[in-house]
Design a protein around this ligand. Structure first.
Ligand code: MOS
Length: 750
């Protein structure tokens, strides 16, 4: 292949670097108005008075919309996987159609003004009074009230194999540990933004979203118009990480403001408004207990978690997923339970579940290794399962130990003194830590059309999403290689709900999802081109069989015989030829989905598919102040085939950086009395900056998964998993201290 597997530059790189790429808040409209949100200041209650007098007097204010004057919308549909058009619901609250408040920060008014400054200024002047109702807001205090989570069709929250508690009690060696991780917030570079306008009963939105179809469907339901009346356009998204999967209040309220004012309206959330209206990662309390024989064989593995959802909605995280797949323990028990709070619904964030679950599991494995006097990599090798531990399914692909082996060699693991606090460099205590990374592979269904024109160009139309991962580039590469055309002959249209739907850019599934349909479409297209050539008099391909002909060099060839696509089309008197996968009718899409999901779930019954990897970390800890610096990083990953070595490495690095943030800095602080997030800004919520991050080396084994399209296993999320544990294990190796509560801030090390 010419392009696949190469470090091809991003096809949209120049657009982005020159500022020509337009994001949702950058589309100019004459008569554009600007919106700002007013947030509730109580966790639960009813609004008794809203005084917008001062706000309305602010020069430039166009409208102040509250529950007193907002037009009625349909309530949010209950999200169910059985009806994909409901899936984008982020909470059950009928915003601005009720006087009820369900979380501290819920939008209670929208101000629209001629300028951004006027809107934000006036938003501060809206006075709201409440009758407060008793609220449950303190996650830690509710641990005892956690209720068991139920198993669902797509995920199982509770699994048992043998009697793990008895095996643990009988084990000669064991650890039984408690971990806590805080809630963390979404902080994409581009805050959630929407520009919306109504043309009669047609709604057009530029929205930063991971799923234009879900967003379109949700808005059509809320505003009670047919889906075809709503268009969601989102060609560029400035980072999303799960935070832009669902439709959050800002999007709905911008469409509402545009309706009320009859003007195009833009809402770019302030960073504070992102914290108050877009869910983050759940906090967790976890128990991991492992029993082992003296040789290291695990006899028991127990992993249980408590996490949070809002009473009005929220994502139930699969925190214990990793413990179902990582180690060959004779007895296994995973359990998840939930606390329901009067809080903003939490949502998915890069490797929801695995990222925090792997912190607890991989830290515990390290502790057990020390107890056994075994190298932590060796302990993992001795417990590497031949088949999926919970159910004995075959792994489609799993090179975890190869990742550890290659990583150990390159990182110099063998030179590490086994005992903690043994290496010092001046004031710095130096330590190395390791942890496994793991993320299940998913695939959804994409609809897609292809057009090959007589000038040799190819147009791919598919409503996938580009949030910075490089999907457009990867899909261009695959198209060019499969049809045998140059990369610059390929144009891709994406990020628009009017295109054939491609489902969600989530679960690290997008490349595999689009690739499957793209390969089908390319096959159909070349079949069509060949059929034209075969029946056209004078074609050198007349009389040949399809299977003897290959797509290459811009045409179809058998040995030296054949001709370019342009020649074939022109000879047949055609300007272009199309191929399509999936259907654009509602019924067609639905049957396509059902057919796809049943095939996918059958396949998953047979195979356990996942990406995995080995994270190697070196830290330096200031012996006096407890300051932790990450000084070296190497991640070695098994992500199946790599389509673009440059964008893949970039994405893997990004995940590691996000994991370092989780390990050392990030923490959403909630006032336990009021439920209010108190650090809703990047000045008080710390994310790593360049000065915090060393050179991060990433390697991919680049071995195709035989069960996935082109062998692609998703790589968007796996690299955030295991990171926090590798850091914590390195901190322990440096200092002798085990920190089991994230983030590992210096106060915990003194
Ligand atoms: Mo991802 S957290 O599924 O965007």
């Amino acid at each position: 292949m010419t392009y696949v597997g190469k470090p091809v530059d991003r096809v949209d790189g120049t657009l982005k670097a020159t500022g020509a790429a337009r994001y949702a808040a950058e589309f100019p409209y004459p008569d554009l108005a600007y919106a700002a949100l007013v947030h509730a200041t109580v966790a639960r209650g009813r609004i008794t008075r809203i005084d917008a007098g001062l706000a309305r007097k602010t020069p430039g204010v166009v409208a102040v919309i509250t529950h007193l004057n907002a037009p009625a919308m349909k309530p949010p549909p209950k999200p169910t996987p059985m009806d994909l058009s409901t899936m984008a619901t982020s909470s059950s609250v009928s915003l601005l159609n009720t006087d009820e408040v369900h979380w501290n920060g819920q939008p209670v008014a929208v101000v629209v003004a001629e300028t951004l400054d006027a809107a934000r200024e006036a938003a501060h002047l809206v006075e709201v009074e409440y009758t407060e109702l008793p609220a449950t807001v303190d996650f830690a205090a509710e641990e005892a009230n956690a209720r068991p989570q139920k198993n669902t069709l797509l995920s199982s929250a509770n699994t048992q194999k043998g009697d793990a508690e008895a095996a643990l009690a009988a084990a000669p060696f064991s650890v039984d540990l408690r971990y806590t991780t805080p809630g963390v917030n979404h902080n994409a570079i581009e805050p959630h933004s929407t520009t919306a306008y109504w043309d009669g009963d047609q709604l057009v939105l530029h929205d930063a979203t991971q799923n234009t179809t879900w967003a379109r469907d949700q808005l059509a339901i809320r505003f009670d118009v047919p889906k075809k009346n709503v268009r969601v356009i989102s060609p560029f998204v400035g980072g999303a990480f799960g935070g832009k999967s669902l439709v959050w209040p800002g999007t709905v309220l911008t469409a509402l403001a545009a309706k009320v004012t009859g003007r195009p309206v833009r809402l770019m959330l302030t960073r504070e408004s992102v914290y108050r209206t877009v869910g983050g990662r759940t906090p967790s309390i976890q128990r991991v207990a492992i029993g082992a024989e003296a040789g290291g064989s695990m006899t028991a593995l127990i992993h249980s978690s408590v996490s949070r959802v809002g009473k009005v909605g929220g994502w139930t995280e699969q925190i214990t997923t990793v413990s179902r797949h990582m180690y060959d323990a004779a007895a296994l028990q995973v359990r998840q339970s939930l606390v329901r709070l009067d809080a903003l619904p939490n949502t998915i964030m890069r490797a929801p579940g695995e990222s925090i679950g792997s912190f607890a599991l991989e830290s515990s494995v390290d502790e057990l290794a020390y107890q056994l006097g075994l190298d932590p990599i060796e302990l993992r090798a001795r417990n590497e399962p031949a088949r999926n531990p919970v159910d004995g399914k075959a792994f489609s692909h799993r090179l975890l130990l190869d990742c550890f082996e290659q990583g150990a060699k390159e990182f110099g693991w063998a030179e590490r003194a086994p005992q903690p606090r043994a290496t010092r460099d001046g004031r710095w205590l130096v330590g190395m830590g390791v942890a496994a990374a793991y993320h299940p592979a998913w695939q959804f269904q994409a609809n897609l059309t292809l057009r090959l024109s007589a000038d040799g160009t190819v147009l791919v139309r598919c409503g996938f999403h580009e949030m910075g991962m490089g999907t457009a580039t990867a899909i261009s590469q695959i198209t060019a290689d499969t049809l045998g055309v140059p990369l610059d002959a390929v144009t891709i249209e994406y990020g628009d709900s009017d295109l054939p739907g491609a489902g969600t850019a989530g679960a690290s599934a997008q490349t595999a999802t689009v690739t499957a349909s793209l390969l089908d479409a390319c096959e159909k297209l070349t079949d069509g081109v060949f059929a034209l050539a075969r029946k056209t008099p004078g074609s050198p391909l007349r009389g040949h069989r399809r299977q003897d002909v290959t797509a290459r060099d811009g045409g179809l060839y058998r040995d030296s015989r054949g001709e370019s696509y342009g020649e074939i089309l022109r000879r047949a008197g055609r300007e272009s030829i199309d191929a399509q996968v999936g259907s654009e009718t509602r019924l067609g899409e639905l049957t396509g989905q059902v057919r796809f999901m049943s095939k996918f779930l059958m396949d998953r019954r047979r195979w356990m598919k996942a990406a995995c990897g080995a994270q190697f970390c070196e830290v330096r800890v200031d012996a006096e102040t407890g300051e932790v610096r990450v000084s070296r990083w190497l991640g070695v990953f098994d992500v199946g085939r790599v389509i673009n070595t440059k964008t893949a490495a970039s994405q893997l690095r990004g995940g590691i950086i996000m994991g370092i943030g989780m390990a050392l800095a990030e923490e959403t602080l909630v006032d336990p009395r009021t439920g209010r997030i108190v650090n809703a800004s990047l000045s008080e919520y710390h994310v790593p900056v360049h000065a915090d991050i060393p050179t991060i080396e990433v390697r991919c084994l680049d071995d195709p998964d035989p069960t996935m399209p082109l062998g692609v296993v998703g790589l968007g999320e796996v690299s955030v998993t295991g990171v926090a544990a590798a850091v914590a294990n390195a901190v322990h190796h440096a200092t002798g201290r085990r920190i089991r509560d994230l983030p590992i801030t210096l106060d915990k090390l003194l």
